[in-house]
Design a protein around this ligand. Structure first.
Ligand code: TYM
Length: 329
């Protein structure tokens, strides 16, 4: 079986974009692959909110419980917390030494995130190298992510190839797994802006959180930005309408043609109302399972402990090969 690795940062509020772009894709392919899913708490430290220890501790639990609630099964997949496996940090240093800073300066996420900060930490700059370490430690074949992570997978490939060129064929060069439709869900308040976990936590009507109540979901979708074109064909719709059509498509599994004919009267109110129902029905079982898991403290800890052990075994083996190839062993 091919190996899959992916992760979510425990910051902000996990939303329907994370579900559609990433988690639902993990669950869909779970049986086909050998999966490792990580809660990337070391990456979270690059974001100002996470400076509060209680916040970070709570978010790590929340994300782990959401993985399980969305359908990741510990029998099929390894689930663990990044900082519990110190090899991630260790490999990062070694890969730092083969990564030209020019490659990091080109990262669009670094440019946009650092612009908003008064003081930019070295960790934010080095973020892609830590992500490359996550992926390369586990000899990963496929990385299922949303569109916004594409550039980070490309640099991971570049780093692996450069390492192999310098030290021999040690690291497996991974590939991305990205949805054709639904890899970039936009926000409801501004369809030109990607739905974001941090904005969603602070601003109403931007995102649909995976734990939002039916009332909040209804309010958010009904207030979504539209236009006056009455155009519900995927290829001609404005960004806000296209976003809702796309969500409807991924969540119902219907074809474009079916959806276009169903909404052919061009009534946006109908699209919104039906999308509200689809989203509520999708999230209901997830929320039910989440509430059960989050209140059974030891179950979650046990899952993460077991995941840590399985992950460590692979990570230790890769580090051994990496160190030998570099002359550190
Ligand atoms: P993060 O935590 O920002 O997002 C988690 C996953 O959700 C996807 N995503 C979206 N998909 C569709 N529409 C959106 N609006 C949307 N917003 C987010 C992301 O693409 C991602 O798949 N750097 C990563 C975490 C990471 C990682 C890794 C991922 C660290 N190490 C190794 C894969 C492999 C991140 O910040 O994702």
């Amino acid at each position: 079986k091919k190996r899959v690795f992916s992760g979510v940062q425990p910051t902000g509020q996990m939303h329907i974009g994370n579900y559609v772009g990433a988690l639902s894709l993990w669950v869909e392919n779970q049986k086909k692959y050998d999966n490792i899913f990580c809660i990337v708490d070391l990456h979270a430290l690059t974001i100002p909110e996470s400076i509060e220890p209680q916040y970070l501790r709570k978010k790590v639990k929340q994300v782990a419980a959401l993985y399980l609630a969305c359908g990741i099964e510990p029998e099929q997949s390894t689930i663990f917390v990044q900082s519990h496996v110190p090899q991630h940090s260790e490999l990062t240093w070694l890969l730092n030494c083969v990564t030209p800073i020019g490659w990091l300066e080109r990262m669009t996420q670094f440019k946009s995130k650092s612009k908003k900060l008064e003081s930019v930490g070295t960790g934010l700059f080095d973020y892609p190298v830590l992500m490359a370490s996550d992926i390369l430690l586990y000899k990963t074949d496929l990385v299922p992510v949303g569109e916004d992570q594409k550039q980070h997978i490309e640099i991971t490939r570049d780093i692996a190839q450069r390492f192999n060129h310098l030290y021999g064929e040690v690291l497996k060069v991974p590939e991305e797994l990205i949805r054709k439709s639904g890899a970039r869900i936009m926000s409801f308040d501004d369809p030109e802006a990607k739905m974001s976990k941090s904005t969603g936590e602070n601003k109403k009507r931007h995102a649909i959180g995976l734990l939002d109540s039916p009332e909040t979901i209804r309010e958010t979708i009904m207030s979504a930005t539209t236009d006056s074109n009455r155009e519900t064909r995927f290829d001609y719709a404005s960004p806000g309408i296209l976003n809702m059509l796309t969500l409807y498509q991924v969540l119902t599994g219907q074809s474009r043609a079916e959806i276009e004919s169903h909404f052919s009267d061009g009534k946006y109110g109908k699209l919104k109302k039906e999308l509200v129902e689809v989203v509520i029905e999708t999230l209901k079982p997830i929320q039910k399972k989440y509430n059960r898991i989050i209140n059974e403290e030891t179950y979650l800890d046990d899952v993460l402990k077991e995941g840590e052990e399985k992950a460590t075994e692979i990570a230790v083996d890769t580090m051994d090969n990496v160190k030998k190839s570099m002359g550190l062993k």
